[in-house]
Design a protein around this ligand. Sequence first.
Ligand code: LLP
Length: 421
Amino acid sequence: MHEFIFKDNELYCENVRVADIARRVPTPFYLYSYKTLVDHYRKIKVAFDSIRPLVCFSVKSNSNIAVLRALVKNGAGLDIVSGGELYRARLTGVDPKRIVYAGVGKRRDEIEDAIRFGILFFNVESEDELEEIQKCAEKFNKKVNIAVRINPDVVPKTHAHITTGKGDTKFGLDFQTVHKIFNSKRMYPNLNIRGVHIHIGSQVLDGAPFEDAIKKVLEFLKRYKIDVDYFNIGGGLGIIYSIENPQTAKSFAKRILPMLKKSRLKIILEPGRFISGNSGILVTKVLYTKITPRNTFVIVDSGMSDLIRPSLYTAYHKIVPVMLRQDSSQAPEKVEVVGPMCESGDFLGKDRFLPLMHKGDLLAVMGAGAYGFTMSSNYNSRPRAAEAMVIKNKVYIVRSQETYKDLVRGESIPKVLKREH
Ligand code: LLP
């Protein structure tokens, strides 16, 4: 459930008309519902309440500091993957002991910043990285907590680009190497190896691969009598974009809770999309319609630079008119909703059935709250979109639309090029 609903043929975010917001905020813009964000966070929290898990929202799915603050204020921790995300996390007032840090390529300066801030632990993805963190910890004369990310080699049945728990990906370590690490703890005197971590993939609709992976890890820990405090089971819960039928937080919990309870480990979850995906939409304006002998194109003021998921993964996002015309007697037509960029791959939706669109009409791209703004770019020198949030029926601009000046910030023309000859 989310708070983007039609009332009297008009799209609302909570109790605010999206069309009214578009009068205040220039299109294209992302729009988030605070209530949906918090509701989705609570769904997970409540489903796992009996084991009091730490739910660390995955910042990469939506890193706007207002979104992060909304979740932190309601009790969430944060899952980060870079110094930039750590910087954002710090602006939210999150307790450092509720931050976990994953990623295969952590730089030394990033590691040092995270140690200084006192995060809960690093999810370590290679032996080289262990050595690097050991060196940093030694330099600070500190004991640093880490969890080893295990690659459980399961098939999560999702898009190849977002599969992470298969043996042939760059993520985590195989069981044999993990075993070796636990046996050579003394090589890392400044590290406390306190946990294990998995993350098998994203938009995973079925609970079975999660169950397989968790089972494999727990059996491994038991078999080799490996003693840890934490088991971070990652994120990856799939959501509804169109006709998917994903497990609910409740059914997911029901499936794995018995195993987790028995293990007596402290459990961490890292959901991103589950919390933010359906908490946001992208609002865009129709610039032109163009009828060619083969297609009808609806050309809008947003495209792959704002939301790259359709182009990158042929991901489906529902597209709806923000206002359904009373007079639209015409049957919906098959159209391509495309952006202004100079690429054939620049589309938001193909083969969509929409009523006749006119210049200036608004469209909403649904389910755009996760991996929307965070994957946006300035391609074709297009300023990044604004972001707004409805909180208790009031609209707040939480990021203004970029300006042309923002586009060239940090760039300069060397003097030698300024001379005419
Ligand atoms: N934990 C780790 C270690 C991750 O790598 C990820 C996502 C998550 C948690 C959160 O996963 P989620 O709950 O959001 O599925 N750009 C792609 C998704 C990439 C996911 C990367 N890792 C997309 O637009 O579908």
